[in-house]
Design a protein around this ligand. Structure first.
Ligand code: SF4
Length: 244
């Protein structure tokens, strides 16, 4: 049974949530012409948003980070996106020298030695290239949803972060069933690792499958226990919700 068969379900309120997501994306594109981007990790929520952007002809480019440690299944989505929607995803990489130095000093799997080293790895491979991705842009779109973690339950549909950028989260109130219902309806391509019980997919050394009943992000940095710690820092600086 694949992820669509396992999770897709039409639930009350879906059409309204879908319409709200489209409306928010339109407002975002209109408010920040030429200065907005969809940041996607190429997970299923990101694929749904890319489909919404393409389907509704919104002028929002799509960008991602290639940390150098992604699964081949994740990287295979880049040509799949080009084939499906004609979109060339902007790909940002970490500085090679910084990665080499980190691995030389701390080892290939240093991220499992301590939270500090894990955060240092994320800073090198994710935060620095994300800063370049966002440079010159004053707004971005994510696939964050309330269901994903207790930390994300506090996220609003529109927020501003500490550096003044506006963050749009059009799927914030979507359920996991909603996401897969949309995938089924529009035959959206998705990472086959979702079929292998990986609801949240990051770098290969830091992602594992989850068991039935485990939290959504339990497979991320699973050697760390606290739910609140299961963030890489990309979404850790947001304050001052603007609107729901
Ligand atoms: S998710 Fe893991 S491998 Fe990827 S940047 Fe963070 S610590 Fe490093």
């Amino acid at each position: 049974m694949n992820a669509v068969e396992r999770h897709a379900r039409a639930t009350p309120g879906f059409e309204q949530r879908l319409q709200q997501a489209v409306t928010l994306l339109r407002q975002a594109a209109d408010a920040h012409p030429g200065r907005i981007v969809q940041t996607t990790s190429l997970g299923v929520e990101g694929m749904v948003i890319t489909d919404l952007i393409a389907r509704h002809g919104l002028a929002i480019p799509v960008a991602t980070l290639d940390t150098g440690l992604l699964h081949p299944e994740t990287l295979a989505l880049l040509p799949a996106i080009r084939a499906r929607w004609g979109i060339d995803v902007e790909v940002f990489h970490p500085h090679q020298q910084a990665v080499v130095q980190f691995v030389r000093h701390h080892g290939e799997l240093a991220m499992r030695d301590s939270v500090a080293l894990r955060q240092q790895c994320c800073a090198t491979r994710k935060l620095e290239p994300m800063a370049r991705l966002l440079a010159g842009r004053d707004a971005f779109i994510t696939g964050m949803r309330h269901e994903q973690s207790s930390e994300r339950q506090r996220v609003s549909a529109v927020e501003t972060n500490d550096d003044g950028r506006t963050q749009y989260n059009p799927l914030v109130d979507w359920t996991w069933a909603d996401v897969w219902h949309y995938v089924q309806r529009h035959d959206v391509p998705y990472n086959p690792l979702h079929d292998a019980f990986m609801p949240s997919i990051g770098c290969a050394p830091c992602t594992r499958a989850v068991a039935v009943g485990e939290p959504f992000r339990a497979g991320r940095w699973w050697w760390e226990s606290a739910d609140e710690a299961k963030e890489c820092g990309l979404h850790a600086r947001h304050t001052a919700p603007l609107a729901a």
